[in-house]
Design a binder for this molecule. Structure first.
Ligand code: FAD
Ligand code: NAD
Length: 154
């Protein structure tokens, strides 16, 4: 299978953009991810798919927690920064809940404790039990066909 065809086809699914965060020995690490989904309401479960070669992969394991920050349209620079294209001089601002860092001023925050980690090809699916939720009004950052976008004004 041609990986370019795979990416181009999967890229036709418009998503929001999250930054996944975790803290280990008080050092914060963040990573941009769009392979995030809401899985179950009872119990409340979410899932993020992390590439096995990502630094984030080595930091997540059952029993640990991850934060999910759903970015607003003003936070594209943070998506770029946390996807390995560091923005010089950027000092990301974190807020903390349940001992877990989250990106300040994101549209929504979730903290989840990892209850399952399923290997899936070159990724692992980290299923988390939701322990904290919050959201605010605002407009989301979008990702579609490899490009960032915004909702059209209504
Ligand atoms: P690095 O690449 O080492 O770090 C990520 C970046 O964050 C670096 O620039 C680093 O300087 C910065 N950073 C980390 N922590 C801090 C901190 N505390 N303070 C300041 N800066 C910090 N990959 C997936 O596996 N799953 C996905 O669902 C996924 N979705 C993506 C969606 C989009 C829109 C994009 C653009 C990329 C996506 N990626 C995804 C790719 C992933 O974001 C990159 O491969 C990323 O570089 C992997 O991060 P890492 O954990 O290996 O850490
Ligand atoms: P792109 O055209 O590579 O992404 C389009 C879509 O393809 C993504 O939304 C995702 O659904 C899928 N995709 C891309 N790479 C994948 C991977 N390694 N595993 C599973 N699905 C993948 O967009 P881009 O702007 O070229 O992306 C920038 C970088 O971020 C690339 O290195 C890309 O591989 C990576 N990325 C990874 C994932 C992921 O691991 N799930 C998702 C998005 C982007």
């Amino acid at each position: 299978l041609d990986p370019r065809l795979f990416r181009a086809t999967m890229g036709c699914f418009a998503t929001g953009v999250t930054v996944i965060t975790t803290a280990h020995n008080e050092v914060v690490h963040g990573m941009t991810a769009n392979a995030f989904l809401s899985v179950s309401l009872e119990p409340p479960l979410v899932l993020v798919s992390i590439g096995r070669t990502a630094k984030m992969h080595s930091l997540l394991a059952p029993g640990r927690r991850y934060g999910v920050s759903k970015l607003s349209e003003e936070q594209e620079h943070l998506s770029r920064h946390f996807s390995g294209k560091p923005v010089a001089g950027l000092q990301p601002h974190f807020v903390w809940h349940a001992g877990t860092p989250l990106i300040a001023e994101a549209l929504a925050h979730v903290v989840a404790r990892i209850v399952d980690a399923h290997p899936a090809g070159d990724h692992t699916l980290f299923i988390g039990l939701v322990e904290y939720l919050a959201y605010r009004e605002g407009r989301p950052l979008l990702f579609y066909r490899g490009q960032y976008g915004k909702l059209a004004a209504v």
